[in-house]
Structure formats: structure tokens, C-alpha cells
Design a protein around this ligand. Structure first.
Ligand SMILES: Nc1ncnc2c1ncn2[C@@H]1O[C@H](COP(=O)(O)OP(=O)(O)OP(=O)(O)O)[C@@H](O)[C@H]1O
Length: 251
């Protein structure tokens, strides 16, 4: 049986200030799988995620989203995609409690009055238990460590009860215990046939953690099951210095 797609990307080119950073990229993310996006700094990994999330408009190309069977446009399915941004890109001085942040994940589920109901609060609290932070509900987010912040953002994504989860470097700067908590929760999602896409930097753990891998360096160079695609040759091709033109120009 052919595997179902969650997201299908066709010939995507994305540019900043008319300078392309992703070229003619075609790739599919499989439903119910845990996929790693790997590639060197500046390869376009975050750009790909942000384009999927409609934060950036591509120069050319299309993205199809499959929530259920039919292909849809982003605006129709946006509540079904949860996003955990890179820790470093978030303003953590913003005055909000941990529970406020996790409740933001419920926004797409709120009714006419846009006020969280008891059910939303219960789900948010349940997700804080899942990430091992039930006693942090009333803590200001500015008063959290890096690993705790990652877990709060993961709890927010889980509270959204989405179909597709996109995480940009969720393991950056976290200790081994937190890394295992995060990866166990992501695996649990795929067991419920949810799709999980992770920008990942640690090549040592790709085989242990992921089902699928996408090698990217300004274009998708290889993609498929980790068992067949995560090879030395593909790693070397992706991380070859002379490939990363964007990085070299500024140095
Ligand atoms: N807002 C922006 N304006 C202009 N150029 C940008 C912008 N964001 C990213 N870039 C450039 O686009 C290229 C791809 O960046 P991107 O953040 O997608 O890479 P990445 O693979 O996620 O890198 P990293 O592993 O370092 O996070 C880089 O050359 C970067 O300098």
C-alpha cells in the first residue's frame, strides 16, 4: 500500500530580498512518520518550515496539505498544524505565565467568545503534566530555563491537538532527560498517526529517533526512510563546504 502524504511540496523556490535560498524544491512529508530535516547552517531548513507555515510566500511552487484525504490550502487547515519555533527566536520577556502560553495552543478550538473554557484549561494542564512541568503553571515564562521553555512550547503544540507538528530544533540546548521526554512525546504522536517534522542538528541520533530523513542544502538532495537514505555518502554530499554558497558569501 502506498504511504499517505501529509504535505506535498512541488517545485518551491523561496527568496529573501530577491536572493533565492531554496531552489526548485520538491519533497513529500509522510503521514504518521517522524521526519528529520537535516543540513548545515544556512541550508534553508527554517525557511522551508516557515514557508510550509505560510509565514513566507514562495516565489514559485505549490504546497498541498492533506488533513484527512483531500488536498487543501493552508488557510483551510492552519489549525491542524502546530509549530514549535526555535527557542532563540522567541521573546521570552513577554509577560505571560506558563499556563497562558500553553492555552494559546487552544486558540483554534475556542468558540465565539474566544475565551478558554474549563475544558481548554484542563487540556493545557494535562499537557503540562505530559512535559513534566505541572507545578510551573503560574510561573512567568521569563523565569524558565532553556529546556523548560522548550517543554512549555511543546505543551502548547500538544494542546493544539493538531494533525501535523513542526518543530524547529526542539532539542537545541536541552539535557538528555529533557531530550528523551521530548522524543518520547513525539513518538507517541506518530503512534496516533500524527505527522511530526523536526529540524534536527545532531546526526548521531538521527537513526535512533527518526523514521524518515530529508537532506537539505538550498535544495532537497535526498529524502526517504532513515534505514536506506541516511548514508555516509548522502551526509557528505549535504555537508560539502562548497555547496553552502549562501553561508560563504558573508564570511
Ligand atoms: N529574514 C531573512 N532575510 C534575509 N535572509 C535570510 C532571512 N532568514 C534567513 N535568511 C538567509 O537564508 C538562508 C537560509 O536560512 P535558514 O534560517 O532557513 O537556514 P537553516 O538551515 O535553518 O540554518 P540554521 O541551521 O543555522 O538554523 C541563510 O543564508 C540565511 O542567512
Amino acid at each position: 500500500m502506498e504511504e499517505q502524504k501529509a504535505i506535498d511540496i512541488h517545485q518551491l523556490t523561496v527568496a529573501y530580498d530577491a536572493k533565492p535560498v531554496l531552489w526548485n524544491t520538491s519533497v513529500a512529508f509522510k503521514k504518521g512518520k517522524l521526519t528529520a530535516i537535516v543540513g548545515p547552517n544556512g541550508a534553508g531548513k527554517s525557511t522551508l518550515i516557515k514557508t510550509i507555515l505560510d509565514f513566507i510566500k514562495p516565489v514559485t511552487g505549490q504546497i498541498e496539505y492533506f488533513v484527512g484525504k483531500q488536498s487543501s490550502e493552508y488557510k483551510e487547515i492552519k489549525n491542524h498544524i502546530a509549530y514549535v519555533p526555535q527557542n532563540s527566536t522567541v521573546d521570552w520577556d513577554f509577560p505571560a505565565t506558563v499556563l497562558d502560553v500553553v492555552l494559546m495552543g487552544r486558540y483554534g478550538h475556542l468558540g465565539w467568545f474566544k475565551r478558554p473554557r474549563k475544558k481548554d484549561k484542563d487540556i493545557a494542564k494535562e499537557m503540562l503534566v505530559k512535559v513534566g512541568m505541572p507545578s510551573f503553571s503560574n510561573r512567568q515564562i521569563s523565569q524558565l530555563s532553556g529546556g523548560q521553555r522548550q517543554r512549555v512550547f511543546l505543551a502548547r503544540a500538544l494542546a493544539q491537538e493538531a494533525e501535523i507538528y513542526m518543530l524547529d530544533e526542539p532539542l537545541a540546548g536541552v539535557d538528555m532527560k529533557t531530550e528523551h521526554i521530548i522524543m518520547d512525546l513525539l513518538k507517541e504522536l506518530t503512534k496516533k498517526n500524527k505527522t511530526v517534522i523536526v529540524v534536527h542538528h545532531d546526526l548521531q541520533t538521527v537513526e535512533e529517533y527518526f523514521d524518515e530523513v530529508i537532506f537539505i542544502n538550498q535544495e532537497v538532495l535526498n529524502s526517504g526512510p532513515v534505514s536506506s537514505v541516511f548514508t555516509k555518502a548522502n551526509i557528505e554530499e549535504t555537508y560539502r563546504q562548497d555547496r553552502n554558497l549562501g553561508e560563504e558569501e558573508d564570511t
